[in-house]
Design a protein around this ligand. Structure first.
Ligand code: NAP
Length: 258
């Protein structure tokens, strides 16, 4: 049974960062299936092309743009390319992120900087660049800005080997609420989805290991759910129905953080 809800996003133009794999690729497909034009952004052009092809094969509209979220010039160039394809981006899913499986004493300073760069600096650059363009395009009157930041339950609950990763996710949880307040009168909503553990490139090695199997046994429902569980809240937050929802944090984790 599909979890994809029936929100109509026809007319919306979405940009999904980190859409070359995992959750982001699924978000792009779900948005396109709901009628949005979708710009898929990440560094790996070959993987992006595969995702775009799949969306087009299913009847959706999509293009790929090259993006390194840690780089300001790359972010501006990606928005320029996205706008050239589909016009102003009114729906931004700041999903790109990286993780490590190391305990704090094993993390190098370079690894810490990489986590902060992709997960905090990257989210900041993605959403502020998008918000400036939305503001300039009249979002205050149109009330059409929708930003969704992908956080993590590790922002709130301590899981093994997630110290700095969880700190980056706590940072963007805070950022989402703060920007929701700052942009409340600019017609831009900012909300955060906090996924639990789902299978993706990021978590593949963990859940292939004995430690991963033990972790699943310790979850309240002792199972993994499919990433499509995240699509209902995402499409809701991107839809007109969410006009009055901003600064919210929605956890989708099958109870893992309880
Ligand atoms: N899977 C989970 O259990 C889980 C749980 C909670 C939260 N999350 C969050 O969900 C988001 C997606 O993760 P995922 O599980 O789908 O992992 P994934 O399959 O590894 O996807 C991560 C995506 O981020 C992109 N990315 C990484 N660094 C980037 C950069 N500097 N510039 C542009 N794109 C970059 C990658 O694309 P390129 O390599 O092509 O650039 C890739 O598309 C992340 O923010 C993650 O923290 C995941």
């Amino acid at each position: 049974m599909s979890n994809d809800p029936q929100y109509d996003l026809t007319g919306r133009v979405a940009l999904v960062t980190g859409a070359s794999s995992g959750l982001g690729a699924g978000f792009a497909k779900a948005l396109a299936a709901a009628g949005a034009k979708v710009v898929l952004a990440a560094r790996r052009a070959d993987k992006l092309a595969e995702q775009v092809e799949a969306i087009r094969a299913a009847g959706g509209e999509a293009v790929a743009v090259s993006l390194d979220v840690t780089d300001e010039a790359s972010t501006k160039a990606a928005y320029d390319a996205a706008e050239a394809a589909f016009g102003t981006i009114d729906t931004i899913v700041a999903n790109a992120g990286v993780a490590t499986e190391k305990m704090a004493m094993g993390l190098t300073v370079d690894e810490v900087d990489s986590l902060l760069a992709a997960n905090v600096r990257g989210v900041f650059l993605t959403v502020t660049e998008g918000a400036k363009r939305l503001d300039a395009a009249g979002s205050r009157e149109k009330e059409n800005g929708r930003i969704v930041i992908i956080g993590s339950i590790t922002a709130e609950k301590i899981f093994p080997a997630t110290s700095v990763y969880g700190a980056t996710k706590a940072a963007v949880r805070h950022l989402g609420k703060a920007l929701a307040r700052e942009w409340a009168r600019r017609g831009i909503s900012v909300n955060v989805i906090q996924p639990g553990y789902f299978e993706s490139e990021m978590t593949a090695s963990l859940f292939e290991s004995e430690a991963g199997a033990q972790m699943i046994k310790a979850f309240p429902r002792q199972r993994m759910r499919p990433p499509s569980d995240l699509h209902a809240p995402l499409l809701l937050l991107c839809s007109d129905a969410a006009r009055g929802i901003t600064g919210a944090v929605i956890t989708v984790d099958d109870g893992q953080a309880l």
